[in-house]
Design a protein around this ligand. Structure first.
Ligand code: GAL
Length: 958
């Protein structure tokens, strides 16, 4: 096994399109004999021989990633190679997985057959019936061998030796688990003489008409006929171009596909053709002449139990989930996906950037010396990868751009890949983010994580000129995409709205792709039998990047995180607004193609007691890019009153392939929940001594500290000033210098201590002054608590005044309490049902919500601040056993309630580390610091930053 060759695999046939040939196929998936060896030296010779004795081996399913089946361990690195940067060599300690399968075939495979591997990670040598077929490289790309002459009906022996690492591993440094194995299917394809080798469907669209040209490669190309029955196209001769007349064009919004049959005397192949044309016009991406805006995500292939061998139903379900959340575009980061994914993308409707299996990011740590992207020794391998992607996927209308790869530096091999692709398929744009400085050989100006102000500058064509005027002119003519933005790691991403606003307000900005769709957590079970998701470092890896692999809009189990719901709202393709009198509705249609014919409108008015009235609205038709103002039925305006909320929803009028009838796509609200006055009115009671403390109305205070001991008979501790939160992944991110979390640690926000300055009782109530500071520092915060008791309840006015030299930011300004853990039920009036921080929570609506304390928490894979509800004017906590309850009112506060402390939350590494401590931890926050996306990208924008400041707020407890 030569693992040192920088070249492509050997022995395979030339790359070609993936299609269902209409000829017999035999799946070789299933249980194979398997044995893992620690190195090539330790592996036996002769595994390819028919009579090799594998009786002592175990077995493994194919497809699979071995470490997910107990053979070796997963290992996670982001950028750094897990081996010395010494191309083309890899260490001797290189896991080798030997696979063997015995199988019978039907006679129709004996007249010519191909053996296809859809994906082997990472380098395989293949033998059939004792004969060497060749080698595979390019893990996420297919390899096909001609095998007809070697097959027999009974007891064929297929042997595959897979090395985890080879010279090609330098090309596969994507940010993901290192997971070797035959992770996609192995199939035997009958391929008799006269069968088609390749088909290229070129289906364009211009001015309402389709243009079709089908190229074929096969021994009897002259006998090939093409038909598109629905277009009355029959017997089209391959290689000729036909104006097929009026067609429905393909787009992500209306993915019209036509059955296209290619027949030969030996077979009939059915393909799905979509007519569409991708152009750049005035630095704007157009599809079928219409400007498009990508509402995109980056999609990796990962499953928490199976690694890279993602079951088909999981992948299909996640594509539907994307559509349900207004995603219209996918970047296949950072390799070609399972081929079925593109067929589903054709059918469901997604614009796809198909990315080549190439990343050499780890060379950044050696100043890009010997980067394969610029090394002639690797040129053939890079061109081979590009060709195998383009050839495999060329018939998918969903693919609108070919991407050369990700983070592979710069170099002549990349330019050569671009050139090859333009020659072979000029109908798609060439993308490569790494070329953004010159953009010399790409068709789009693509960036990742650029801050929103820079994106806006680019959108206005005001980006600084390049030194070379020709290159500058070229780049200025290119449309812009953010191939990665809004790093969805942990709580977040914050700041989506500002990006979307920028995208929608510049023709040059074609939108972006959130990083990323799915978290790459791996299921594990704690000693107590509780399942949790593991991440980098949990498998004893000597070099790893921790939880940086946990940065998805959905968990590894495909459960939407709050960020996905926010994304859905922020990118909604229709924006609606109701006027103040609830008499008219403004509808702005941001679709590229749809005139809203597929949607219905509904309205509903809610009040605290529930839904008051509801009904349908007349359907509206608005041209894409246009807006209209339509009257609302009189009933709607007549229902308007204080304490009521109107919601208008745009929903699917009929079920589609991805959504049920009535599925909501966009919505707006008007009205308000009652914002109750926090003032208690005239004081009716004065504090008195009793019950072992100072009694004020329903409350008992500690006379020495001025802190609460009980309220309404409930044991309560607090209030304590709260300026800190358990850092989020974004708080920990230092993308722009110092991480907010480090600033807070340096300021000592997590270890503030307090002393009571004074406790003063008067006829008006109780005034408690406390100073909070931190060890070794002379900055402090003076907090004055003014308590008064009236019929309406116990009122608290809080004044927060920073003292001394503060700088940086605070995580929040609030007051913390602990209460009996038996208060497990929560309801509130405000925004909900989910969490919201200053720059997240766009998905949350006005209304009246209830939950349990347990359900308020978001179980981020690495625990961190989460679950705050915002815009709240009334919060009620209830003990379902005793009926005891506590109500907090105030103008627009946010709260969090958890069965563990912030410190426990911050200390936990995994969800299983969080254990209820017997108290309820309640925080009532006046302000919060934004979330931003500094785990990779910019932090919270200036308006969302909470700088140390004085603050005053009022609450009322009943
Ligand atoms: C990008 C990279 C992605 C991922 C992301 C951070 O630089 O292209 O693969 O690593 O950063 O999660």
């Amino acid at each position: 096994m030569n693992l040192r060759s920088a070249g492509p695999g050997t022995g395979g046939i030339a790359p070609r399109a993936r299609f269902d040939s209409g000829l017999p196929e035999l799946s070789l998936d299933g249980d194979w004999r398997f044995q893992l060896w620690p190195s090539l030296d330790a592996a036996p010779g002769g595994v390819g021989a028919e009579d090799f004795d594998d009786s002592g081996w175990g077995s493994i399913p194919v497809p699979s990633s071995w470490p997910m089946h107990g053979h070796g361990q997963p290992a996670y690195t982001n950028v750094v190679y897990p081996f010395p940067v010494d191309p083309p060599f890899v260490p001797d300690a290189n896991p080798i997985g030997d696979h063997r399968l015995r199988f019978d075939v039907a006679p129709e495979f004996l007249n010519g057959a191909l053996l296809r591997f859809d994906g082997v990670d990472s380098a395989a040598t293949v033998w059939l019936n004792g004969r060497l077929l060749g080698t595979t490289r390019g893990s996420r790309l297919p390899t096909e061998f001609e095998v007809g002459n070697l097959l027999r009906e009974r007891d064929n022996v297929l042997a595959v030796r897979v090395a985890q690492f080879s010279a090609a591993s330098y090309l596969e440094d994507q940010d993901m688990w290192w997971l070797p194995g035959i992770f996609r299917s192995v199939t035997l394809l009958a391929h008799p003489a006269g069968a088609l080798r390749d088909i290229f469907v070129r289906a364009g669209y211009r001015d309402g008409r389709g243009e079709l040209r089908v190229e074929v490669d096969g021994p009897d190309a002259g006998q090939v006929r093409v038909s598109v029955p629905d277009l009355d196209v029959h017997d089209l001769v391959p290689g000729t171009t036909l104006d097929v007349g009026p067609v429905r064009p393909w787009s992500a919004e209306r993915p019209a596909l036509y059955d296209l049959i290619v027949s030969t005397p030996v077979q009939s192949v059915r393909l799905r053709a979509g007519f569409r044309t991708v152009t750049v016009d005035g630095a704007q991406i157009r599809i079928n002449g219409n400007p498009v805006l990508f509402r995109g995500v980056n999609r990796h292939e990962h499953h928490p139990d199976f690694g890279r061998a993602v079951p088909a139903q999981t992948a299909l379900a996640e594509l539907r989930l994307m559509k349900q959340h207004n995603v219209n575009a996918i970047r296949t980061s950072h390799y070609p996906p399972h081929p079925d994914v593109l067929s589903w993308a054709d059918e469901l409707g997604f614009y796809v950037i198909d990315e080549c299996d190439l990343e050499t990011h780890g060379f950044t740590f050696v100043e890009w010396r010997n980067n394969p992207s610029d090394d002639p020794a690797y040129r053939e391998a890079l061109l081979d990868r590009m060709a195998r992607m383009v050839e495999r996927d060329k018939n998918h209308p969903c693919v609108v751009m070919w991407s050369l790869g990700n983070e592979a530096g710069e170099g002549g091999n990349l330019a050569a890949m671009a050139q090859w692709s333009k020659n072979r398929d000029p109908s798609r744009l060439v993308h490569y983010e790494g070329a953004w400085r010159s953009t010399a050989y790409v068709d789009v100006y693509s960036r990742m994580y650029a801050p929103v102000d820079e994106v806006e500058t680019i959108g206005r064509f005001e980006d600084p000129a390049l030194a070379d005027p020709a290159l500058d002119e070229h780049r200025r003519g290119l449309p812009f995409v953010l191939c990665e933005y809004a790093h969805a790691m942990g709580n977040g991403p914050g700041g989506l709205s500002e990006y979307q606003h920028a995208f929608e307000n510049s023709t040059r900005l074609s939108g972006g792709f959130v990083w990323e769709w799915v978290e790459h957590g791996i299921h594990r079970t704690s000693p107590d039998g509780v399942r949790y998701d593991a991440y980098g470092g949990d498998f004893g890896e000597p070099v790893h990047d921790g939880n940086f692999v946990i940065d998805g809009l959905v968990s590894a189990d495909r459960v939407p995180r709050p960020g996905l719901l926010d994304f859905k709202k922020v990118v909604e393709p229709v924006r609606m607004a109701v006027d103040d009198d609830w008499r008219t509705l403004r509808v702005a249609n941001l679709h590229d193609v749809s005139d809203l014919a597929e949607f219905a409108l509904r309205w509903a008015v809610h009040e605290e007691a529930g839904q008051r009235c509801a009904g349908p609205l007349e359907p509206v038709r608005v041209a894409p890019g246009d807006s209209a103002v339509v009257p609302l039925p009189a009933e709607v305006g007549d229902a308007r009153a204080a304490g009521r909320v109107l919601t208008v929803s745009l929903v699917l009028a009929q079920a589609t392939a991805w959504g049920e009838e009535g599925h909501e796509v966009a919505w707006c609200q008007a009205g308000s929940v009652p914002v109750e006055d926090a003032g208690a009115g005239a004081a009716v009671t004065a504090p008195r001594t009793g019950d072992g403390g100072l009694v004020l109305g329903p409350a008992v205070f500690d006379p020495a500290t001025g802190l609460l001991r009980s309220l309404n008979g409930l044991a309560i501790d607090g209030p304590e000033l709260g300026l800190w939160r358990a850092p989020t992944d974004n708080d920990r991110g230092a993308a722009e210098g110092v991480a907010d979390a480090s600033v807070w640690e340096e300021l000592g926000l997590h270890r503030m201590v307090s002393r009571t300055v004074s406790v003063t009782a008067s006829a008006d109530g109780l005034v408690v002054v406390r100073r909070s500071g931190t060890a070794g520092r002379d900055h402090a915060v003076d907090v004055t608590y003014r308590w008064s008791s009236a019929e309406a309840g116990l009122s608290l006015a809080v004044d927060v005044v920073p003292v001394g030299p503060w700088s940086g930011s605070w995580a929040r300004i609030g007051v913390d309490f602990t209460l009996p853990a038996t208060l497990t039920e929560v309801d509130w009036a405000g925004l909900g049902p989910g969490p919201r921080y200053p720059d997240t929570g766009q998905a949350q609506r006005l209304g009246w919500f209830s939950s349990t304390v347990a359900d308020l928490s978001v179980d981020y894979t690495r625990p961190q601040e989460n679950g705050a509800r915002a815009g709240v004017s009334r919060l009620r906590l209830r003990d379902p056993g005793t009926g005891a309850q506590l109500t907090v009112r105030g103008p627009e506060f946010s709260f969090s309630a958890r069965p563990w402390s912030r410190y426990a939350l911050a200390a936990a590494r995994h969800t299983v580390d969080l254990v209820p401590d017997g108290r309820l931890h309640l925080s009532i926050d006046h302000q919060q610091h934004g979330i931003g996306t500094a785990s990779c990208g910019p932090g919270p924008l200036p308006p969302y930053r909470l700088t140390p400041r004085a603050a005053s707020f009022e609450l009322r407890f009943t």
